[in-house]
Design a protein around this ligand. Structure first.
Ligand SMILES: Cc1cc2nc3c(=O)[nH]c(=O)nc-3n(C[C@H](O)[C@H](O)[C@H](O)COP(=O)(O)OP(=O)(O)OC[C@H]3O[C@@H](n4cnc5c(N)ncnc54)[C@H](O)[C@@H]3O)c2cc1C
Length: 376
């Protein structure tokens, strides 16, 4: 079958929509966005997005305004005994920004509707380049026979939103704690701007405990959450449903290839990689894929040496760049999760000592901070 489109993006999540907007900035490129109607209830999550993501989303006019984007001025992480580390933002822009997911989805949706060279329809069609952005359960990727490296964490993440008695004062708070069912990681992320008292909750725990937390009555759930967050922001009250996601580390061995002569495919976002949400990096990495793919495809156009969009060398260049960039984040997130899941008592003591030592170690802490904020 001959290609009827220049680009077909499969999957209209945050990565697919951002990519469609960026690639459609080249006037002669016709983009098909193949997406299924979600029909789901609004996402209760809020994402921590870094400076690189803010720059990219602003470039397509979709960075949410306050109070839908809340800069984090203080980040405080507690280990399971005495260890802790605290970061203060050197600027009003914050260490990271907590973005309301449904608001971001709406902004991208409206922006896509306004682009004349993007067509939206449920089914994919042959294209010179197909970009698979179907998330971690991608069926297209599986049909292409892409090998995935998968490491289940045996953890689920429960997410919801809570109103707190005390304002969050732009603090992101995270607790690692040893429990009878393994290591739990609970985070409270500030929402509704600097004066807000609304927080997004992410609670990573065993699958059984996550399901039990999800189905408990409200009073029992909030008692458990209040204990897990050490009553840090006072009384909590319910403002959303509770949703649960299974967690696993995964990455694709191959990120690009050919469907048929003249028709290439490439992976982006969660279809290519997935990490633990404890560091709030999954979408940041997906948006970095978007930026790199657009850069690689545009560079030749700008030089007026228009190589075809299915050029194998270009796509391999994208794959190499993204794999190299992701390695550090991947290892850091996985290492941290495994360190805190270790059952051995001396490892438990060492990791808490490590957190406090890290907190006192100015230059290392400063370097980590810069790296995490910029996303580079
Ligand atoms: C609890 C939790 C908290 C998180 N917090 C953060 C955070 O703070 N910061 C951060 O950066 N990241 C975070 N992440 C990661 C983030 O959610 C993902 O990295 C991001 O949503 C990936 O976007 P995506 O567009 O690649 O995939 P998805 O969001 O999964 O979107 C894929 C889209 O493709 C569609 N689709 C699937 N199959 C098909 C098909 N066959 N045809 C057409 N369409 C299809 C789906 O319906 C969906 O719309 C978190 C994840 C979890 C689970």
């Amino acid at each position: 079958m001959t290609a009827s489109w220049d680009i077909c993006i499969r999957g209209g999540g945050l990565v697919g929509r951002t990519l469609a907007l960026l690639l459609s900035q080249t006037p002669r490129v016709r983009v098909l966005l193949a997406e299924q109607a979600s029909g789901a209830t609004p996402d209760v999550r809020a994402y921590a997005l870094n400076e690189a993501s803010r720059t990219l989303l602003s470039s397509v006019g979709c960075w949410p305004a306050e109070p839908h984007a809340t800069p984090v001025q203080t980040m405080h992480v507690w280990g399971d005994t005495h260890g802790q580390v605290r970061f203060e933002s050197p600027s009003p822009l914050g260490l990271t920004t907590i973005v309301d997911v449904p608001v971001l989805e709406d902004l991208l949706d409206q922006a896509v509707n306004q682009r004349p060279n993007i067509t939206r329809q449920p089914d994919p069609a042959p294209a010179t380049l197909t970009i698979v952005c179907e998330g971690r359960q991608s069926t297209s990727r599986d049909q292409l026979g892409v090998d995935m490296e998968r490491l289940p964490y045996h953890q689920h993440a429960l997410a919801c939103r809570v109103r707190t008695a005390q304002p969050h004062r732009q603090q992101a708070l995270q607790w690692f704690s040893a429990t009878p069912h393994g290591t739990d990681i609970v985070a409270l992320l500030p929402l509704e701007g600097p004066e807000g008292s609304l927080s997004a909750v992410i609670w990573s725990t065993s699958p059984e405990h996550a399901r039990s937390l999800q189905t408990r009555d409200e009073a029992a759930f909030y008692t458990a959450l209040q204990e897990a967050t050490h009553h840090h922001l006072g009384e909590l009250s319910c403002v959303s449903a509770r949703a649960v996601w299974p967690l696993q580390l995964q990455r694709a061995h191959t990120w690009c290839g050919e469907f048929a002569p003249g028709q290439a495919w490439v992976l982006a976002g969660d279809a290519a990689h997935g990490i633990h949400p404890l560091a709030g990096q999954g979408l940041n990495l997906g948006l970095a894929d978007v930026a790199e793919l657009a850069r690689v495809l545009a560079r030749t156009a700008a030089n007026d040496q228009w190589r075809a969009l299915n050029d194998r060398h270009l796509l391999r260049r994208y794959e190499r760049a993204r794999k190299a960039d992701m390695q550090a984040t991947w290892l850091a997130c996985d290492g941290l999760q495994r360190l805190f899941s270790h059952p051995n008592a001396s490892v438990q003591s060492l990791r808490n000592w490590g957190l406090s030592a890290f907190d006192r170690c100015g230059p290392v802490k400063q370097w980590t901070l810069q790296h995490a904020m910029s996303g580079q």
